[in-house]
Write a protein that binds this ligand. Structure first.
Ligand SMILES: *Cc1c(COP(=O)(O)O)cnc(C)c1O
Length: 237
């Protein structure tokens, strides 16, 4: 069940206050952290809530679900940006390139070449993030830290893609303390990797998409420019 808009707005207000406090603590300008509403598993009305509140983008983790939802949103939500944050198979690259404004989950050279071809066919430049398994989680998708330079080199060679930055998901721990420690290590790794790659390849890689409901404060301290939040906005899935 989708929550009412008023309840959504209260939660979004609280979240923005939390983001602002985390920015202040880190000596950062709150305007440098975007809140991406993760609408996966929720109906199209969730996208309408986000748009009405003034959020720029929504995150979906399945191509098909996003495509169906996009056909159902209100006309007033048409300017919302759709970001794919879940694992993408190469055979769905064409559909993803056509219906999403950015793909955050690019983790292989094969997927890069498929997305580049798909973007060429749609006649547009497709922005992407490289998903890095910066926490060495065996259960997570994403390129290994060691494979990141070669993946970036391949990405920068694609004529129809624009590499905006990096994305990661921190592994869960057995306890809240362990989860927090994993998050700190994972986000610090991604930040260090970004700084190294930016210097080495002369590409700004401005976007650091890291932090979700449970670890966004830690992510902002480490330099996140985009937190992807579902549960705190829409409730448990
Ligand atoms: C579901 C999901 C999120 C949102 O997680 P919450 O804990 O509900 O905030 C963020 N990023 C990715 C990649 C996800 O799949």
């Amino acid at each position: 069940m989708l929550i009412a808009y008023e309840e959504f707005a209260r939660r979004a207000d609280a979240l923005r206050a939390q983001i602002a406090a985390a920015c202040t603590a880190a000596g950062r300008d709150p305007a440098t952290v975007e809140l991406l509403a993760v609408t996966k598993t929720h109906p199209a009305g969730a996208v309408d809530h986000a748009a009405r509140y003034g959020l720029r983008g929504v995150g979906e983790n399945r191509v098909q679900e996003g495509v169906e939802k996009r056909a159902q949103i209100a006309a007033s939500s048409a300017s919302v940006r759709w970001e794919l944050i879940g694992h993408l198979q190469s055979n769905k690259a064409k559909l993803a390139a056509r219906h999403f404004h950015r793909v955050q989950s690019v983790d292989s050279a094969k997927l890069l070449t498929h997305l580049d071809r798909a973007a060429a066919e749609t006649g547009k430049t497709l922005p992407v993030l490289l998903q890095i398994n910066a926490g060495d989680d065996p259960a997570k998708f994403g390129a290994d830290l060691a494979a990141a330079p070669a993946l970036l080199e391949t990405a920068l060679a694609q004529k129809n893609l624009r590499v905006d930055g990096l994305m990661t998901i921190a592994p869960l721990g057995a306890t809240p303390g362990e989860t927090a420690a994993h998050a700190e290590r994972t986000f610090a790794n991604l930040r260090t990797l970004r700084d190294d790659l930016a210097a080495r390849f002369g590409s700004p890689l401005r976007e650091l998409s890291m932090g979700m409901t449970g670890d966004l404060t830690i992510a902002i301290a480490a330099g996140s420019t985009m937190v992807r939040v579902g549960t705190a906005l829409f409730g448990v899935r």
